[in-house]
Design a protein around this ligand. Structure first.
Ligand code: DUT
Ligand code: MG
Length: 612
């Protein structure tokens, strides 16, 4: 079953809130000017809101009750000015917050992507891709929201409450104190509610994702479900999941329904009390009708901000947990990095020496490579053969320094390769993988990936050398043909030829290839052979070989078994030995040899089968 990654969203335990806050501040700091401008705009919106109420008061008290027409037109002008000013401030803060949000998310994604590129292969083999993806997408979204709308909503709410409170105090301080006293009670209740609602809402989302995954699995596997008569059992499972989802959605809906009436009842009581005592004051001419009306408007102005604060507070834990996960990704140290003092070189030519190299993958204590030693003169072609799981891929991974030996040393050109810069090693070693990876884009872009500054002519030259030019030209758009995501619009053989062209263009000093076992047609096979041969000449090369021609042409063949070299020598020497290689050759490779000599042999055989 596909893992549901929102499960972890439910663990809100932020281990060190203070530390997370100070890092969030660090993320926000480069953008403090925009943020300040947004906060000023939102404060101005809150202040202009209060002016509306004051204008209404003047209209009621002086224009209507005092019968003063002149002041009415004056108030209209004020009203117009305030509408325009507020429109500008609203535009300002929405624009600034939007801009700020995008900038922060951009920064976060960039930081994470940059960091992910530095992390070593071992990180990727133990971290699920889905985990990384949800850090880069949903967590950065949540953290961005907290740092923009979260802050702005709270600022705006606080400004609204403060300005309303100040104006209320100015109009009639005794009434104002009644309202202000009810504020903490309302806020407390609102937060309690919001937290419960949010909790159930998230439970329901989690139940939903489990249910969807379950449904998806059973529908895609419907044939097996039916064949194994699992319908009843599946229905039971589904009922449990579906009931869970119903329960939490129901609780969320119930609490939401209860929330508004509760807040409204409390504010109605406050309002009632204000009206009652205010009404008495109007009677005794303590306070004007307009002032009382303004007072009531100010109370309404406070209700929404309280809910905003409660909502941000309820969601904050979750956003902090997202932030903490992002920071934990950014804090992951690459398992392999440059030593303090490094030697800078521009060539990796020279002898390659493995000196008592042992290695185990970190999650596993079992030695995969065991005290391996060999010496390879510059320019030799080495074929690695042997049983599956023997450690061939591991040996070339060590050579590329995707992993480092746990003991022993690897020397290139007489120097321990830990003293070189990682970038120098990896840029001077060309690797063609068993299943070559192409990036979405054109054929031209994919070959140029080997050397970004290459001209179109150089790219074509490399393609010609690799033997890829012909089939590229047969594409409708030639070199501008799109290869599709991961190159899946091309055949396996074509992908290999393109990656050989890419390696040729990069012109590496050491060439490594994990040869494909997958069968390609004989013509493509011959092309690949030729391309590989071009790459191998004059370079030290390590081929994990399955093709007989590669093996027979190698200067040395290493038979790798259980992390050790069990036999070494060229083809003739190993055949004479009559050991492991001899058996491999006679059982596996001879068949290849036959079909290589006579490509129609198997065809004839099939015909004969059909006739019989
Ligand atoms: N191994 C791990 N972790 C990894 C990769 C491999 O524990 O990330 C183990 C599996 C195996 C041993 O290391 O027992 C050697 O694996 P390798 O891939 O080097 O074997 P191979 O000789 O390349 O096998 P094949 O011919 O199937 O490609
Ligand atoms: Mg392998």
């Amino acid at each position: 079953m596909s893992q549901t990654y929102d499960e972890e969203e439910l663990s809100d335990n932020v281990s060190n809130t203070k530390a997370v806050f100070s890092r969030l501040y660090g993320v926000l700091k480069p953008h403090w000017k925009t943020m300040l401008a947004a906060m000023v705009s939102i404060a101005l919106v809150a202040i202009t809101d209060s002016f509306y109420t004051l204008i209404q008061r003047t209209i009621i008290d002086e224009a209507i009750l005092g019968n003063n027409r002149a002041i009415l037109s004056q108030m209209y002008i004020y009203y117009g000015i305030i509408i325009i000013a507020q429109a500008i401030f609203v535009f300002g803060f929405v624009y600034l917050v939007g801009l700020q949000g995008e900038r922060i998310r951009y920064d976060l994604r960039k930081m994470m992507f940059y960091h992910l590129q530095k992390l070593s292969l071992s990180y990727y083999s133990k971290t699920p891709l889905g985990w990384i993806m949800s850090r880069v997408t949903s967590d950065s979204e949540k953290m961005g929201d907290l740092l923009t709308w979260g802050i702005i909503d709270v600022t705006s709410a606080a400004m609204n409450i403060i300005t309303a409170a100040i104006f209320m105090l100015l109009i009639e301080w005794r009434l104002a104190l009644i309202v202000i006293a009810s504020l903490p009670i309302m806020l407390y209740i609102a937060i309690k509610f919001r937290k419960r609602i949010y909790h159930h809402y998230r439970l329901s989302r989690k139940a939903n994702s489990l249910m969807t995954a379950n449904m998806n699995e059973n529908i895609t596997g419907v044939r097996i479900v039916k064949a194994l008569r699992r319908e009843e059992k599946n229905l039971d499972n589904f009922k449990v999941l579906s009931t869970n989802m119903f329960k939490s959605s129901y609780r969320a809906a119930y609490l939401s329904a209860l929330f508004m009436p509760t807040i409204q009842t409390i504010s109605a009581f406050t309002l009632g009390f204000v009206l009652w005592s205010g009404g008495n004051m109007v009677n005794t001419s303590f306070i004007s009708i307009g002032s009382l009306q303004a007072f009531i408007s100010f109370i309404m102005m406070i209700l929404w901000p309280i809910q905003d604060i409660a909502r941000v507070y309820a969601e904050m834990q979750n956003a902090l947990a997202s932030s903490e996960r992002i920071f934990s990704l950014l804090d992951t140290q690459p398992a392999i990095s440059d030593r303090e003092a490094t030697i800078s070189i521009d060539s990796m030519r020279g002898e390659v020496v493995f000196n008592h190299v042992s290695f185990h993958y970190e999650d596993d204590d079992a030695q995969v490579i065991k005290d391996l030693s060999f010496k390879i003169p510059q320019g030799q072609n080495i074929a690695l053969v042997g049983s599956t799981g023997g450690g061939k891929t591991t040996i070339v991974n060590l050579l590329c320094r995707f992993y480092e030996p746990t003991s022993g040393e690897i020397l290139i050109g007489g120097i321990n390769y830990l003293d070189y810069r990682l970038e120098d090693i990896q840029s001077r070693i060309g690797v063609v993988l068993q299943t070559p990876h192409l990036f979405s884009g054109t054929v031209m872009e994919n070959i140029r990936y080997g050397k970004l500054e290459a001209t179109d002519e150089q790219v074509q030259e490399a393609a010609k050398l690799a033997g890829a030019h012909e089939f590229i030209m047969s594409f409708q758009k030639g070199y501008n043909q799109n290869v599709g995501e991961g190159g899946n619009l091309l055949s396996v053989g074509q992908k290999q030829l393109i990656s050989i062209a890419r390696a040729l263009l990069a012109d590496p000093d050491i060439f490594i290839m994990d040869e494909a076992t997958s069968s390609v047609d004989t013509l493509t096979e011959a092309l690949i052979q030729k391309g590989m041969h071009r790459l191998m000449t004059g370079r030290t090369s390590f081929i994990i070989a399955h093709r007989l021609s590669t093996i027979k042409g190698a200067d040395q063949i290493f038979v790798i078994d259980d992390g050790r070299i069990t036999e070494a020598g060229n083809h003739d020497a190993l055949m004479k030995l009559k050991g492991h290689y001899y058996r491999l050759y006679t059982q596996q490779f001879r068949h290849d040899l036959e079909s290589e000599m006579d490509p129609f042999a198997s065809l004839e055989l099939n015909k004969a089968d059909g006739a019989a």
